[in-house]
Write a protein that binds this ligand. Structure first.
Ligand code: IMP
Ligand code: MG
Length: 188
């Protein structure tokens, strides 16, 4: 598909995103500050970059950071091929871990990440997703924290890309269906 900036319609504007993300920061603070444990938050690159940064600035407790980058290929549905480009560089055993995702679509990427992280024996392991495409079952993954729930359309901006473009739009948008003829099949 060809995407022109002027065809993109706004779904969540900057102000809506800002206030929801700061609310999520307060939810996480409330939930985790009663534990004495160490909170470790994992950013799933590249799509979560803006959400992760804004969210963590709204959490009023100490947090350790790590970043992982994986790519999934929806073209190989049956094998669910995932390639790992970089992985966590901090021990997470005994810690409270939250994996921060941009968008839960099929859930294949996150399922893979969670299965691996579980092996390191964190005290707790939860998911915060900016957007949940609620029509999908995500392999049974239920995020503990969700920014927005939406139906199944292709979204852009605030980290979400189409073919590596549009990540730096300060809002989340979509291309209305009549403009959208075909979609790309790789993502990160
Ligand atoms: P999964 O299908 O849940 O494994 O999604 C994998 C990745 O695909 C997500 O983390 C996003 O980076 C990307 N993705 C899924 N849906 C969208 C979308 O609507 N716009 C842009 N990227 C998406
Ligand atoms: Mg992603």
């Amino acid at each position: 598909m060809q995407v022109n900036r002027d065809k993109i319609k706004v779904l969540y504007d900057e102000q809506t995103i800002r206030s929801r993300v700061s609310e999520m920061g307060r939810e996480i603070t409330r939930e985790y500050s009663k534990n004495s444990g160490i909170l470790h938050m994992v950013c799933v690159l590249k799509g979560s970059v803006h959400f992760y940064s804004d969210l963590l600035l709204n959490i009023d407790m100490d947090i350790s950071y790590s970043f992982i980058q994986v790519a999934s290929y929806s073209g190989s549905e049956s094998t669910g091929r995932i390639s790992v480009k970089s992985w966590i560089d901090e021990p997470i055993q005994g810690k409270d871990v939250i994996v921060v995702e941009d968008i839960l679509d099929t859930g294949r990427t996150l399922k893979y990440i969670l299965n691996y992280l579980k092996r390191y024996d964190p005290r707790t392991l939860e998911v915060a997703t900016f957007i949940d495409k609620y029509e999908k079952d995500h392999f049974g993954i239920v995020p503990k924290f969700t920014g927005f729930r939406t139906d199944d359309k292709f979204l852009l901006g605030y980290g979400l890309d189409y073919d590596q473009s549009f990540r730096n739009l300060p809002f989340v948008g979509y291309v209305p269906i009549e403009e959208d003829d075909e979609s790309d099949n790789s993502s990160d």
